[in-house]
Design a protein around this ligand. Structure first.
Ligand SMILES: C[S@@+](CC[C@H](N)C(=O)[O-])C[C@H]1O[C@@H](n2cnc3c(N)ncnc32)[C@H](O)[C@@H]1O
Length: 335
């Protein structure tokens, strides 16, 4: 079990090696990348992902809720308890503030879009630094957005329904693009990151916070049944493909995990990149992976929904298990 032991957040900066040109998107000849930690030590990591970097889903990784309709209904129910179970277990206020730090929210007048903003938990962190009237929360779930609308500090934010893979903002619109915990539901994450690039102004920064893939077999099984848990190198590849420069990845996790990453983390990293040229992303993509206007077989939908929701339950239990371990194992020892 190759768990990385980290004390708090660790910042990894991508430095592309010379061997990068031989890469392709399916993991063969995957580039050797240098990841430099903020503590100054550097390590060359050979990354050969077993899963595809494209949007296709191998049968062994069905990711039942990584579909727009399934995600919509998943949040129809989860929105009722979201702020009470997701935040304490997986996405605490101190994690959020650490994860937003690389987004460099340095000016109250910045135009910010929070994509997949849900109940506004991350937006509450954004409006500490930026005037709420300059912030737009976008989400495909009206049920999640209804919770955001009830939050007093967000009353001046614009709150709109929309799709992360097809944003209703003009090209070169925003200074910052933030998205926390949403990419795992996008059928085509590369398209969403290409959209992040498009809507940013020249020099604008995208910050995507999301899960990381487990290495422990049981956790990996439930992750693959539930949704997309990308590998760190996949995030970096998607950002680079979209045209971002200065791509950096910061590891995050609940304090009581003591840096353990083998079970995967629903909020495991914060990835940032800077838009170097104005206009659309240089990346060309084919048709959308999923067309929501097309009908879905109701039996297929129900099967995916139930199996995916059952797998998600495992990840309600993991933080409790880690919390108990943290209480039992003496401080300073690995758990
Ligand atoms: C785990 S919640 C994160 C909410 C919020 N960002 C936070 O930090 O608490 C994921 C959100 O992504 C939204 N979402 C999923 N797929 C989406 C899509 N294609 N476009 C827009 N929002 C999407 C869901 O509706 C849900 O509100």
């Amino acid at each position: 079990m190759a768990s990385a032991m980290l004390n708090g957040a660790e910042c990894l900066k991508l430095t592309r090696g010379l061997g990068f040109s031989g890469s392709n998107l399916h993991g063969r000849n995957f580039p050797k990348l240098g990841l430099v930690s903020s503590f100054g030590c550097s390590k060359a990591v050979s990354m050969a992902p077993k899963c595809s970097l494209s949007a296709s889903r191998p049968a062994s990784q069905p990711r039942f809720i990584q579909h727009k309709k399934e995600a919509f209904w998943f949040y129809r129910f989860l929105s009722i308890v979201y702020d009470h179970i997701i935040n304490p277990g997986h996405w605490t206020e101190d994690m959020r503030d650490e994860a937003l730090e690389p987004a460099d929210l340095s000016d109250r007048n910045m135009i910010v879009v929070d994509v997949g903003g849900g109940t506004g938990f991350t937006t509450l962190g954004i409006v500490k630094h930026v005037d709420a009237k300059n912030v737009t929360i976008l989400d495909q779930s009206p049920h999640q957005l209804a919770k955001a609308k009830q939050k007093e500090p967000l009353k001046d934010c614009k709150i709109i329904e929309g799709d992360a893979e097809d944003l209703p903002f003009r090209t070169d619109y925003a200074d910052r693009y933030i998205s926390a915990g949403s990419i795992e539901y996008w059928p085509d994450p590369q398209r969403g990151i290409k959209e992040a690039y498009r809507v940013l102004k020249l020099g604008g920064k995208a910050c995507i916070i999301g899960p990381v893939y487990p290495t422990f077999w049981l956790s990996r099984f439930f992750a693959d049944v539930w949704m997309l848990f990308p590998k760190e190198e996949e995030y970096i590849q998607w950002f680079t493909n979209a045209g971002f420069k200065d791509v950096q990845l910061k590891r995050i996790g609940p304090k009581w995990y003591r840096g353990v990453r083998r079970h995967g983390l629903i909020m495991g990293c914060s990835v940032t990149g800077v838009k170097p040229y104005s206009g659309d992303s240089p990346l060309q993509l084919g048709p959308k992976e999923e067309d929501v206007s097309k009908p879905v077989n109701p039996f297929v939908f129900l099967a995916r929904f139930l199996l995916g929701a059952m797998a998600a339950t495992y990840y309600v239990l993991v933080p409790i298990y880690m919390w108990i371990k943290d209480q039992i194992v003496p401080k300073g020892q690995p758990i």
